[in-house]
Design a protein around this ligand. Sequence first.
Ligand code: A3P
Length: 293
Amino acid sequence: MQQPPRPTLFDFHGVSMTKHFTDNWDNIQKFKARPDDILIATYPKAGTTWVSYILDLLYFGQTCPERQASVPLHERVPFLEISTPSQPKGKDLADQLPTTPRLIKTHLPVQFIPKSFWEQNSRIVYVARNAKDNAVSYFHFGCMNSIQPETGDWSTFLNDFMEAKMVFGSWYDHVTGWWEKKQTYPKLHYMLYEDLIEDSGREIDRLCSFLGLSPSAEEKERVTTGSNFDNMKQNKMTNFSTVKVMNHAVSPFMRKGKVGDWKNHFTVAQNEAFDEDYRRKMKNPTLQFRTEL
Ligand code: A3P
């Protein structure tokens, strides 16, 4: 199928964006959050889908089995700022969500979040992933997704990543901005992809404690198993196989799901330059990532 031309980046209040995430801006900013909404916030490719599905299973896995079988996850957990010609606007889907709580996804940096989320004191789950694996995952996603800008080759993409020429801007500012917000906004739970890979059961326990949920051992097992990589990859409702703008023959959405895949992509020289630049940009010593387990 013929795909429309790839969008281009432009500066949007100091952050690189494309029209697909800014076209509906005024409406997004007017979004009316509710106190029981749960916002899942991430830099793209940090494990958004994984945590969205964990939350969906925790809240609705038992009560709405038919929903699990027939409604794709990206409709159950709308992407607030998305606005493309081929699909309903994320903000409208979020407005129409029939569930309580409403689970809503965003990739916005913290300074762009509609103010009603803060006013309503809604819960926010932020997921961050180490920069190297995040960049690799974003590269493959850029290749397979026609609403992303042209990626160029890996070396060009990596430079662009370091220079914040990515949709949703700088990884460094994103993860740090949200980390700093956590210091003043108690209803923010900051998770790391690497921790989830290391021990998803422990991380689901922590998440439940933040949410005030106490699932039975059996329920928890169902959530942990249902949301593991292999099961989500097989599941048509979670693997994005129904989304037309993605070409899974180029790279599947559920690609590897590992910590340390960057070692298969970075040259020694790229790694050294990246580390040096990273030290200059990441000044907050309390925010630490693991690039291998
Ligand atoms: P890779 O490209 O490294 O495989 P997002 O949902 O934010 O777009 O992130 C997608 C990344 O999370 C992809 O990483 C994907 O494979 C990984 N992922 C999704 N579900 C996962 C799961 N259940 N376990 C581990 N990784 C998962």
